[in-house]
Design a protein around this ligand. Structure first.
Ligand code: ACM
Ligand code: ZN
Length: 553
């Protein structure tokens, strides 16, 4: 009897071990909508790549890059050719090799990967769909695919399965402040590369600030000659001190075009931010006539909110803004232009006769809808919005643009918690959620010395770590029926306390991977524990291979 029991137990264990051995584990981030597993494997070594002639050139380039990388890593030559005589409806059973086929009927940015023993069939409707399929497909391969060197011992047989996927939110953004810290073109590209891996599709580029103007504007050369450099940088919490080191830099228009094109190939639209009417000291230092007092002004050497803002009572200020926006629209094809709008103190306007006269002329009064100052800011927002509309562009602004009266058609970026987004969406405005409480990537992730050194001045009580971000539900608190106005979610990397590439990526990773599941994955598929396992099993290793610093989990 005992013997029988032992045999039965051995058989049972054998079976379950067998089951464990054959059941593949996927470590895909962001978690796809569905994965169904079938029997068998597909051998990637030597598999031929085939693509539909309807694909965009950028998509073909991405497929070629994958094909080259695979040949290199697996050591077995394959080929890349136009697929003939097949289309997205061709059954996978009649295919041999790896096929990329366009199916224009699918929803934007979606994709499907079918892996059978004889073939892999990837279908998508657009460039981004194919990029996301490639990103997921690589995550089904051995991690050595990222290594850029031969990995002949890796297991290049991948499990047969079907992945069906599409994004939860259309706007999946990330912001980088290149004004407080100036990042080189190479650093910005490195940032874009890793964001694209996690299916981010908008890069909000913060380019103008009190501490530096970073964008070449041909009509106003002093913006970069004077405005892109500051006399020093605040290095401690003492706001009265700076290091006395001249600091700065800017992007030429040629470099901007290079970044916009580079991002486009990665499926990322670049949204520039011209922060106005506050956060403009870089411009005021360059052209003092833009301010209420006429200056003199100096590019700021400290952090915080500056009282000196654009004088918006003057027509010449709008002439300046429209001329700058003309060049911005030439450089950035994005439908949206971010016009800032945050943290604009009204102290100077209250003292300025020109701004006061404008308030009188407009008949602005303090009442329950807002102060005269807030309404003067509404006037600025509206004029800029109307100007951009003549060029077919729409505005995004930080949630302060909602104070007073906001004209329809503006998109509100909710940053001071979630309240702005709740209110704006209920009023019928489109919204991007990026609340400080979850999405501020400059907030410290813990209380180690290292974490404290890189989140100085920021909330001391709480850790804004990956789990805190992971647990964010963007539709919580949104009024029923207003959910459709939540276009998506954005992470914001302010860089007062970020000094270099390793610090930047320490602050970004692993919060980037957490953000990507908030942006992409349906709530039913989001599980922090599972995400953490995926990070440990694969993604930390991937980041190491690719040379990104990160904060350990
Ligand atoms: C902001 O963090 N000032 C938008
Ligand atoms: Zn003024």
């Amino acid at each position: 009897m005992k013997k029988l029991a032992i045999i039965a137990l051995a058989l049972f264990l054998g079976c379950s071990l067998e089951a464990k051995k054959t059941e593949p584990v996927f470590n895909i981030i962001p978690e796809p909508q569905s994965i169904s597993v079938a029997k068998g494997t597909f051998n990637l070594k030597g598999a031929n790549f085939n693509y539909d002639s309807f694909l965009e050139q950028a998509t073909i380039e991405a497929i070629a890059k994958l094909s080259d990388g695979l040949v290199f890593c697996s050591g077995k030559v394959s080929s890349l050719a136009v697929a003939t005589g097949v289309n997205y409806g061709t059954p996978i059973t009649s295919l041999r090799g790896i096929y990329f086929l366009k199916d224009a009927t699918m929803s934007p940015e979606s994709y499907k990967i079918e892996i059978a023993r004889n073939a892999v069939k990837i279908t998508a409707p657009d460039h981004n769909g194919f990029l996301y399929a490639i990103s997921t497909f690589k995550q089904i391969m051995p991690v050595e695919i990222y290594a850029g060197k031969p990995a002949l011992k890796a297991n290049w047989k991948i499990p047969c399965c079907t992945v069906t996927d599409s994004p939860r939110f259309a706007y999946r953004g990330i912001m980088l402040d290149c004004a407080r810290h100036f990042f080189t073109v190479a650093e910005v590209k490195k940032w874009l590369d890793v964001c694209a891996m996690y299916k981010i599709n908008r890069f909000h580029w913060h380019l103008t600030e009190d501490q530096g103007w970073r964008l070449e504007i041909k009509k106003y050369p002093l913006l970069t000659e004077i405005g892109s450099f500051r006399a020093g940088t605040q290095k401690t919490s003492d706001r009265s001190k700076h290091d006395g080191q001249r600091y700065g830099g800017y992007y030429t228009q040629a470099q901007v075009k290079e970044i916009v094109e580079y991002a486009g190939k990665l499926g990322i639209t670049v949204i520039p931010e011209l922060d106005l009417p506050g956060h403009m000291l870089g411009a005021l230092a360059s052209y003092p006539w833009l301010g209420c007092t006429g200056g003199p002004y100096q590019v700021w050497t400290r952090w915080g909110v500056c009282d000196q803002v654009l004088c918006v009572g003057k027509e010449t200020t709008f002439e300046f803004l429209f001329n700058v926006l003309d060049e911005i629209c030439e450089l950035f094809p994005s439908e949206y232009i971010h016009i800032g709008g945050d943290e604009c103190p009204k102290k100077e306007w209250d003292k300025c006769p020109v701004c006061q006269a404008k308030m009188d002329e407009l008949g602005l009064v303090d009442n329950e809808n807002g102060t005269r100052g807030q309404k003067l800011q509404n006037y600025v927002t509206k004029r800029v919005q109307d100007y951009l509309a003549t060029k077919g562009r729409k505005i995004i602004g930080w949630d302060e643009i909602l104070e007073g009266e906001l004209k329809e058609g503006a998109t509100v970026m909710s940053w001071r918690g979630t309240k702005g987004g709740e209110k704006a969406s209920a009023l019928g405005f489109d919204v991007i959620m990026s609340p400080t409480t979850y999405c501020y990537l400059d907030y410290r992730q813990g209380d180690t010395d290292l974490d404290m050194s890189m989140g100085a001045g920021y909330p001391k009580k709480k850790s804004y770590d990956a789990k805190n971000l992971y647990d964010y539900e963007p539709l919580a608190g949104i009024q029923e029926g207003a959910e459709k106005h939540i276009l998506g979610v954005q992470g914001n990397m302010w860089t007062e306390w970020v000094h270099n590439d390793p610090e930047l990526f320490y602050m970004l990773i692993p919060r980037l991977q957490a953000l990507s599941e908030v942006q992409w994955t349906i709530p039913e598929n989001r599980h922090y524990g599972r995400w953490e396992q995926k990070m440990k099993a694969r993604h930390i290793k991937t980041m190491e291979i690719l040379g990104y610093n990160y904060r350990p989990l």
